[in-house]
Design a protein around this ligand. Structure first.
Ligand code: SF4
Length: 512
């Protein structure tokens, strides 16, 4: 579907948005409506967020132009790269959000269905197509899946949102094994299919419901999942409406019911897809890195002589001016594009060594340690439903870490969510924090629930274990003590934790 064909829908968006800002529509009413256009009112109801749907986290030069031009034109002062591979613009006025949502269509960006009970941005391993060691490029399959799902926005009423993703390797960066529907690539060029998984309250691993499927058949599996969700999803109780609750409803019959829907899908229509490989025909130019050594933030691609530059703005919030600078620099590089990762990292791909050096210089304000590349949702200062300001906590921790003089790796990448909705994916962090509250002398104080030992990865994924509740003010001291202990061992956090789970608990105990 051509992006411009959505234009008509936005007339209603503008009408209701204006009613909201005129006080004629309540916050909950507006939330229920605007999410369907990828927009929410921020906390306090005085400004809006707009989420740019970017399938697979790909930001082409055309889309980059929109991002950069919009930041300049509307003087956007807050940008967030999300864990669902989208870009959010924040602090927008009613006029700006209405204009931007429509203008985006001219650049192939459809915000429709970016929130609310719709199929969301289809996720893809960020370096798919250029990554050394990947099983195969899954992006062409994801593109077809995305088109199909967009077609459902106006035709199917889902109980809740539906997140679909594709993973190109065992790293499972998109969490294919625990999404609403995940396609995990295999070494034989086929996919395993997982469904009804997800984070949030009562997180669940997905159910393996098909193995070794032919990629040209992925739409049948999507259709089957949609049918299953419509049949067994909970339309009454919103808190139990995500697909993972169907595991409770159907129990051992889950796979059987999925298969029934799959048979129907195959019977009803031809959904075979034709997929052509994305062509990467740029070659290296023989240039080398200045001191002959590959810089830490450079990832060699499978295309000889080409590199991806990794940039992790703290908390996934690049300064808007920096993002403009990056977009403008990338426009000048042949076949370069941005790829957004589910851990809020950005990659600039298809650079020669010389081009990579330039991008490295522009992006030198990002994380320079593993801990600095930690993940945080946008947090409660902006998000209406949040409990705690995860961004504030992360910014403070990253600032403090610089004074602690720890070797890189002594502290892991941590994941912070402002509430149980898990947008900061706290369950998969080696260390995770989730916004909450702790009573001190009978009074509620800002706090976070501590989790440990979560991880993604296809065969080793697990959700972190809940350890206890820590006051927000105590978290820096705890992490400093932990970092010092790990540093003394000479190991990194992962290696240290293997044999020191009990020590971890002892370090945490006084702060809980
Ligand atoms: S985790 Fe909670 S606070 Fe953070 S963005 Fe999601 S809903 Fe908002």
């Amino acid at each position: 579907m051509d992006a411009k064909q959505w234009r008509e829908d936005y007339k209603e968006f503008e009408k209701v948005t204006r009613q909201f800002y005129a006080g004629e529509v309540t916050v909950p009413q507006y939330k229920g409506f605007s999410g369907g256009f990828g927009s929410y009112a921020q906390r306090g109801g005085k400004a809006s967020m707009l989420r740019l749907r970017l399938p697979g986290g790909r930001v082409t030069k055309e889309k980059m132009k929109f991002v950069a031009d919009s930041i300049k034109k509307y003087q956007i002062d807050k940008v967030h790269l999300t864990t669902c591979q989208t870009i959010q613009f924040h602090n927008l006025s009613a006029d700006t959000v209405c204009s931007l949502a429509v203008e985006a269509l001219d650049y192939g960006i459809v915000t429709r269905g970016g929130g609310g009970d719709f199929p969301r941005n289809v996720m893809v391993s960020p370096l798919s197509g250029v990554e050394q060691g990947e099983y195969f490029d899954v992006a062409p399959y994801a593109d077809k899946a995305g088109d199909y799902l967009m077609g459902l926005i106006k035709t199917v009423k889902l109980p809740r949102k539906l997140k679909v993703c594709f993973s190109n390797s065992p790293a499972n960066e998109t969490h294919a094994t625990f999404r609403d529907l995940g396609f995990a690539a295999r070494s034989d060029g086929r996919f395993d299919v997982y469904s009804a998984g997800g984070l949030g309250n009562n997180p669940k691993m997905g159910v393996l419901c098909a193995e070794g499927i032919d990629g040209t058949k992925v739409l049948y599996y999507i259709k089957a999942m949609v049918k299953l969700f419509v049949s067994y999803g909970n339309y009454e109780v919103r808190a139990k409406a995500r697909t993972r609750y169907m595991q409770d409803v159907l129990g051992e019959k889950y796979v059987q019911e999925f298969q029934k829907k799959l048979e129907e899908a195959f019977r009803e229509e031809n959904l075979d897809i034709e997929v052509s490989d994305t062509v990467y025909d740029k070659s290296g130019d023989g240039s080398a890195f200045v001191d002959g050594q590959m810089p830490a933030r450079v990832v060699p691609q499978k295309q000889a002589g080409l590199y991806a530059v990794k940039y992790h703005p703290i908390g996934g919030c690049p300064s808007p001016q920096k993002l403009v600078e990056i977009c403008e620099a990338v426009q000048l590089i042949e076949q370069a594009e941005l790829r957004l990762a589910p851990d809020e990292t950005m990659y600039i791909i298809n650079c020669t060594a010389k081009e990579a050096e330039k991008i490295l210089a522009i992006t030198d304000d990002g994380a320079d340690t593993l801990f600095g590349s930690s993940v945080a949702c946008i947090g409660a200062s902006i998000c209406q439903v949040g409990a705690r300001d995860s961004q504030k906590l992360l910014q403070a921790l990253v600032h403090e870490e610089k004074q602690w003089d720890l070797p890189d790796g002594a502290l892991p990448q941590i994941h912070i969510s402002g509430c149980p909705s898990s947008c900061g994916t706290h369950q998969v962090g080696r260390i995770g924090f989730r916004g909450g509250m702790k009573k001190v002398d009978g009074k509620p104080e800002a706090a976070f629930v501590l989790y440990v030992n979560g991880r993604d990865g296809e065969d080793c994924a697990r959700f972190g274990e809940e350890i206890g509740v820590m006051l927000e003010t105590e978290i820096p001291s705890f992490l400093k003590a932990l970092g010092n202990t790990v540093a003394e061992s000479g190991m990194d956090f992962d290696a240290w934790y293997e044999n020191n789970e009990d020590v971890f608990r002892k370090i945490a105990e006084p702060y809980l």
